[in-house]
Design a protein around this ligand. Structure first.
Ligand code: RP5
Length: 159
C-alpha cells in the first residue's frame, strides 16, 4: 500500500506536523514519521532523500521552520513529490523566513508549499496525490469533501 513519508527538522515541529499525521490517519493512509534535520543530520537527510521512493513511499511531507532547508533539499534528492510545511518555530522571525525558504525554489526543483503551519492541508494534498491513481482513496477524499460541505450547511442552519 502507498505510504506518505512525514519528516520534520526537529521534535519541536511535531505539534504542527501532527495535523498531517491525524488527517492521513482519518483518510486511512499509512504514514512513516521521522525527524530529519538538514543542518544537524545532513547525512541522514541525504540518505532519506535518495532512498524514500524505494520503500513504498509515494509522497513526502517535509516541515521545517526558520532557515527551513529540509523540504527543498529533499526535493533536490528525491524523485517523489514533496509538500513543504513552513513552521512558525521559535527561531523563526515571524514565519516569513520559513515560508520563503520553502516557497522560493529554483526552476526544476518544485516544492508544493502550503500555508504557515498548514500541515493539515499538506496531509490532504498528499492523500489527493495518492487518490489520483487509487480509486478507494479517491472515494474517501470525495466523502471528506462532502463532510466539509455538510458542516457548513449545518452551521448555517444553526445561526
Ligand atoms: C528548524 O529549526 C526545525 O525545523 C525547527 O522548526 C527549528 C527549531 O528547531 P529546534 O531548535 O527547536 O530543534 O531546523
Amino acid at each position: 500500500m502507498a505510504k506518505v513519508g512525514i519528516i520534520m527538522g526537529s521534535n519541536s515541529d511535531l505539534p504542527v506536523m501532527q495535523d498531517a499525521i491525524d488527517i492521513l490517519s482519518e483518510l486511512g493512509i499509512q504514514t512513516e514519521i521521522d525527524i530529519v534535520s538538514a543542518h544537524r543530520t545532513p547525512e541522514k537527510m541525504f540518505d532519506y532523500g535518495k532512498n524514500a521512493h524505494q520503500r513504498g513511499l509515494r509522497v513526502i511531507i517535509a516541515g521545517a521552520g526558520g532557515a527551513a532547508h529540509l523540504p527543498g533539499m529533499i526535493a533536490s534528492l528525491s524523485p517523489l513529490p514533496v509538500i513543504g510545511v513552513p513552521v512558525k518555530s521559535r527561531n523563526s522571525i515571524d514565519g516569513w523566513d520559513s515560508v520563503l525558504s520553502i516557497l522560493q525554489m529554483p526552476g526544476g526543483v518544485p516544492v508544493a508549499t502550503v500555508a504557515l503551519d498548514g500541515a493539515k492541508n499538506a496531509g490532504i494534498l498528499a492523500a489527493q496525490i495518492i487518490g489520483s491513481s487509487d480509486a478507494e482513496v479517491l472515494d474517501r477524499i470525495i466523502a471528506y469533501k462532502e463532510s466539509l460541505k455538510a458542516k457548513v450547511i449545518e452551521a448555517s442552519k444553526n445561526l
